[in-house]
Design a protein around this ligand. Structure first.
Ligand code: ZN
Length: 98
């Protein structure tokens, strides 16, 4: 989930007009939004990449690239150009191998 989507969900939560007593739908909306926000924030916490290794980048044969497995979803991630987030699940990646 992208930060913009979390912000939008939280704005809905802020502006929600809860009935008293709250309906089951109100409770589900509030819980669902909070759960989404927690999940999105958890993705921002760096997790260590598993099985880090160097691999030859065949398109740019002079470069060795780092790759490993995403700690959350198990997809192969590379450390060269894709930044510090898993392209598949979005979790923040930490490439330290100690
Ligand atoms: Zn992932």
């Amino acid at each position: 989930m992208k930060p913009e989507e979390v912000i939008r969900a939280l704005e809905v939560l802020r502006d929600i007009d809860i009935n008293y007593p709250p309906t089951q739908q109100d409770e589900a909306d509030v819980e669902g939004t909070i759960e989404l926000a927690i999940q999105a924030l958890e993705k921002q916490i760096e997790k260590k990449v598993k099985n880090i290794r160097f691999s030859r980048d065949y398109e740019l044969a002079e470069h060795n690239i780092m790759e490993g497995e995403c700690p959350d979803c198990g997809e192969t991630v590379t450390g060269s150009y894709l930044g510090n987030y898993c392209g598949s699940c979005g979790v923040a990646l930490n490439w330290e191998w100690k």
